[in-house]
Design a binder for this molecule. Structure first.
Ligand SMILES: [Fe+2]
Length: 285
């Protein structure tokens, strides 16, 4: 029998996601409480904390409980004083919408840090300003996506490795602001298995998404077509949780076993400011 939860917890869908109720992050998190949060994170893959004030320092301190926090190569997004925080905003210095989407790469299904040798574990995102319509964050369960593959597809993907490349995905989705030469040099492409074993739960899941460019040992175009086909095949509405934000909420998820994306919003009329940090996990196997 599992230990009881030291907080109220409410599933967000039958399969994926849970809301943790009654936890105030700025009050500090005891070791026992953190152990329960981590257990809930492994079980539910996506956790939501109800609206509360989470100052940047609290967010970074909470992220550090999970592990080493990534300092993102795209340093134009670093939030004041905290290189671990990556701020996405469409507001100018007067708080007016600029009409520019800060990162169109977030609009396609992906997993954070798959372009790195050591990939993302948890991503923790705090909603400072959220639009009335759109700007949602959607998640899809990749354990379930793997289970749904036919035996033929499981066999076909079993030993394939995909090359993940931030430069490719960034330029493709957000070409007006590509990586600089220095950023490109710092983040050469890396390859990871398409079917990975979660290092903590031991369960298999599909590990692909929009940063995947081509397949090791396969002609480029054939690999591209296969990636597009699999990326479409692994998204199932009933394995998906669609989060519509309320300001002050904090969401965290396990990049090793979920894909996520943001949805579009009216960048010229509405504000969206979120700050995010990603905890480093491990080299996938
Ligand atoms: Fe992301």
């Amino acid at each position: 029998m599992d230990a009881p939860w030291p907080f109220d917890i409410r599933p967000l869908t039958p399969r994926l996601g849970a809301e943790v109720l009654g936890v105030t992050l700025a009050h500090g998190i005891s070791d026992d409480l953190f152990a329960a949060i981590y257990r809930a994170f492994l079980r539910h893959q996506v956790l939501l904390f109800e609206p509360q004030d989470v100052p940047p320092a609290t967010q970074v301190a909470f992220a550090r409980r999970f592990g080493e926090v990534q300092v993102h190569v795209m340093n134009q997004y670093h939030a004041g004083g905290f290189p671990e925080l990556y701020r996405l905003s469409n507001l100018d210095e007067h708080g007016r919408p600029t009409g520019k989407h800060p990162d169109k790469g977030t609009l396609a299904w992906h997993t954070d840090g798959s372009w790195s040798q050591v990939t993302g574990q948890a991503t923790i995102i705090y909603g400072e300003v959220v639009p009335k319509v759109g700007g949602e964050t959607h998640f899809c369960d990749m354990y379930g996506a793997y289970e749904r593959l036919s035996p033929e597809w499981k066999a076909r993907l079993a030993n394939l490795r995909a090359v993940h490349n931030l430069d490719f995905s960034r330029t493709r989705r957000h070409g007006e602001d590509p990586l600089t030469e220095a950023q490109r040099r710092e983040r050469p492409p890396v390859d990871h298995p398409i079917v990975r074993t979660h290092p903590e739960t031991g369960r298999q899941c599909v590990y692909l998404g929009d940063h995947a460019e081509y397949i090791v040992g396969m002609p480029y175009d054939e690999g591209r077509a296969l990636i597009e086909e699999v990326n479409a095949m692994i998204i199932h509405p009933d394995l998906t949780y669609e989060h519509c934000w309320t300001a002050g909420e904090l969401l965290l998820w396990d990049n090793r076993c979920v894909l996520h994306k943001a949805t579009a919003f009216d960048e010229a009329r509405e504000g969206r400011v979120v700050r995010r940090c990603t905890v480093l996990g491990e080299v996938p196997h």
